[in-house]
Design a protein around this ligand. Sequence first.
Ligand code: SAH
Length: 257
Amino acid sequence: MSYDNKTIHDFDFNLICEYFSNVERQGPGSPEATIKALGFIDNLSPQSRIVDLGCGTGGQTMTLTKHTTGQVTGLDIFPDFIDIFNRNAGSLGLSDRVKGVVGSMDKLPFEKESLDLIWCEGAIYNIGFERGMKEWRDYLKTGGYIAVSEGSWFTAQRPDEIYDFWMAHYPEIDTISHKVAQMQDAGYLPVATFVLPESCWTEHYFTPCSKIQEAFLQKHAGNLTAEELIAGQRYEKELYSKYKEFYGYVFYIGKKI
Ligand code: SAH
């Protein structure tokens, strides 16, 4: 992002980035959920190549690195997130095994058939579950694994307010059985699915975000974009507490066959 050529869009990006840089996670999840998903993956060794797409500042990537022995690369489109990522890796003493790179999940900078594990928590929606599952498969070795968390419906019917919200933001949200079928159609053996517990949203995501919102609003007093960003965040939290029995995040784990 060039400062000289700043567009409104870049400015929004900078604000979003600044806001989320202050929290460990940029989406629902937890170290326990990451470790649980990792428990379904059995092909890893010190030679393994692991990537975490849409890694953000790397909360889950560091957990992944600590609980595996291979080389881990985190990829995110926001350079500021990657700077924080690499600083965190350094302070945890993990820089020899984990590195953050700037890049886009729709144009991966890896060799085809070179990866043992593709990880992606709360980020595949940026290109869509079906597309991501299909395109990323090319980069996995046969027998390699994919593990993604993704917004999913828990029930066949749901109230209009929550349905409309998701349709406006991510119409690819679907039931677990449909997502599993998409995974299978893309050429994976579905290995496991599990619903992320409520604490992944509350304790690990909404609560840390709520703590930084007042200071962020004060810093950007009078800035409409900042106000809209926080209002949107607060609305998301409210919707979750109102409708959490109808939707949530689900981990999908598959093996390339
Ligand atoms: N995995 C992290 C972040 C999830 S938020 C966590 O669970 O905490 C979604 C992330 O996707 C953000 O960090 C955002 O910068 C990143 N992102 C958005 N579009 C992207 C793209 N095209 N390529 C790579 N990363 C992208």
